[in-house]
Design a protein around this ligand. Structure first.
Ligand SMILES: *Cc1c(COP(=O)(O)O)cnc(C)c1O
Length: 223
């Protein structure tokens, strides 16, 4: 964990960014409840899971201890399970999901903070809106006032040389800046959720404000 912190700090320094502008999320989908507990004890308070089925036990035991992020593909029929529990949803990628998030958030009278997942790399194995579709999507969801779009999220392809992911991260930042010129949201979109174990330093250099770190930070356990 200390080594990761040093690498994050170095990537910030190398690109003239403040360390406090980059939030580290511990992705705990590969680890046990006991490990999540230890992660929280160590002071890492941002926890991410990608499937409710895997997260449920952990959230029920530790949900009040940290801030929870949902980062996986979210089925519409699972919104009822995650709403009000996960403060951030990183994977909004379709209108039907936005409608369901709004409906369930309205029912509990809470806003839900979301990132739009964008498929910058264009790989057809990846979820996410195409960059071209994002402005229209923001117009389509504008009336869903419980859904607060605070940022964009992307996943880069796995590359042996992380440097090759740079255009993907740069593309997400450029899209964010274009969207803000178009003024499609009540508040500017500020956040960029990008960078994983393999490529987080490049993502930070390109403007990531949230990095999602599993293997490199909390490990990858069997089972
Ligand atoms: C699993 C996962 C991560 C973390 O992956 P690592 O490579 O282990 O850091 C980050 N983001 C998403 C969306 C994931 O599904």
């Amino acid at each position: 964990m200390l080594e990761v912190e040093e690498r994050v700090a170095r990537a910030c320094a190398a690109s003239g960014r403040n360390r406090s502008d980059v939030h580290v999320i511990a992705v705990t989908k590969y680890v046990s409840l006991e490990t999540v507990s230890a992660v929280l004890e160590a002071g890492l308070m941002q926890i991410a899971e990608s499937r409710w089925q895997d997260a449920e036990r952990k959230w029920k035991a530790l949900g009040d201890k940290g801030t929870w992020h949902f980062i996986g593909h979210l089925q519409t029929n699972k919104v009822k399970d995650v709403i009000g529990k996960f403060q951030y949803i990183h994977s909004l990628d379709r209108l039907s999901l936005a409608q369901e998030l709004h409906k369930k958030a309205e029912a509990i009278e809470q806003d839900v903070h979301v990132f739009l997942q964008v498929n910058i790399s264009g790989e057809d194995t990846k979820f996410g809106l195409s960059p071209e579709a994002v402005p229209g999507f923001l117009r389509d969801i504008a009336s869903l006032n419980r859904v607060k779009v605070i940022g964009l999220m992307t996943m880069a392809p796995f590359e042996g040389d992380p440097e090759l992911t740079r255009p993907v991260f740069r593309g997400l930042r450029a899209l964010r800046d274009e969207l803000n010129h178009l003024v499609l949201t009540p508040e500017p979109i500020t956040e960029l959720s990008m960078g994983m174990s393999n490529d987080f330093e490049v993502a930070i250099q390109e403007g990531a404000t949230w990095v999602r770190l599993g293997t490199v930070l909390v490990g990858h356990e069997e089972g």
